[in-house]
Design a protein around this ligand. Sequence first.
Ligand SMILES: [Zn+2]
Length: 72
Amino acid sequence: MERKSFQLGDIVQMKKPHPCGTNAWKVIRMGMDIRMKCTGCGHSVLLPRSRFEKRMKKVLEPSREEGKQDQS
Ligand SMILES: [Zn+2]
């Protein structure tokens, strides 16, 4: 089974687009609830994590703050 992973700052696509026509949301808060913001109109929505995971389709653009693995 596919496990969805996402993190703060990711741009995600949901199964259902926002009524404004945009289907790209930025994760702006993580916790028991996930707060995401529509990148089209700026509307923000708070969803319980389980609900968010069910509705999320995929990560469109991963957050760039992925870690400090770039030490050469
Ligand atoms: Zn919108």
